[in-house]
Design a protein around this ligand. Structure first.
Ligand SMILES: [Zn+2]
Length: 234
């Protein structure tokens, strides 16, 4: 942005946009925030959670990071703001759903197949949180898309390792939603735990499935822990 165009935008927000939200923000300040959704999304500038979901002020508790990854609950990966945000959203805000949203043309996923700059110590380690989603193939556009989707499922799996998440999912108090946003189509594809695949929102029958019980094999096959004959959980 040339000159101080950013300052002009700040002024414009306060002058032109804020007035129509003034009352809404006043209420949100007086009553506090009560968002019902924890949205974990990639930092990519082309992913716009509010635009996608039609959410307004106070509706989304938002966490964004490179790749929309979820660190392990046991802290083995070091301190993470994302892990802290998950605990806060579930235990204090008592959200009703958690969305993990990856997307097409994700640089984090592509980086799983490339060299990371030597100086990017933190990035290299962070990307390991998506490593199990990578396929032993040449990263064609199709392979990258599959990896992006597998990474979303991998993070849902890791979310289930958070005891406060697992408990609420099992009790039906929280639903988990795995989304893959295709930027060029403007369409979210929703993970369907029954089929193990992603279904375009335009034809999907739900925005995500929970309770969530599948197990992701290293080869990418998603297995359910249901007894295939009786439908009962093991
Ligand atoms: Zn991304």
């Amino acid at each position: 942005m040339p000159g101080d165009a950013l300052l002009n935008r700040l002024r414009s927000f306060n002058r032109d946009a804020f007035p129509q939200y003034r009352q809404q923000f006043k209420t949100l300040v007086e009553d506090g925030q009560h968002p019902t959704t924890l949205f974990i999304g990639c930092s990519d500038s082309r992913l716009l959670p509010y635009l996608l979901t039609g959410a307004g002020p106070g509706e989304l508790f938002l966490v964004r990071n490179v790749g929309a990854f979820v660190p392990p609950y046991d802290g083995s990966h070091g301190h993470h703001g994302t892990a802290a945000a998950i605990e806060f959203a579930v235990l204090s805000l008592q959200v009703e759903r958690i969305v993990v949203c990856g997307h097409s043309h994700c640089g984090a996923i592509k980086a799983l197949y490339e060299e990371v700059p030597a100086e990017a110590n933190n990035l290299r380690r962070w990307l390991e949180l998506g490593r199990d989603a990578a396929l032993p193939v040449v990263p064609t556009p199709d392979a990258l898309r599959r990896t992006e989707q597998r990474a979303v499922v991998l993070q849902l799996e890791r979310l289930m390792d958070y005891p406060m998440v697992r408990r609420r999912v099992v009790e039906g108090q929280i639903s988990l939603h795995g989304w893959h946003y295709v930027i060029e189509d403007g369409e979210v594809h929703v993970f369907d735990v029954e089929s193990g695949g992603f279904v375009a929102a335009s034809v999907a029958t739900h925005s995500g499935t929970g309770p969530y019980h599948p197990y992701v094999e290293h080869d990418g096959q998603v297995l359910s822990d249901e007894n295939p004959e009786t439908g009962e959980k093991f």
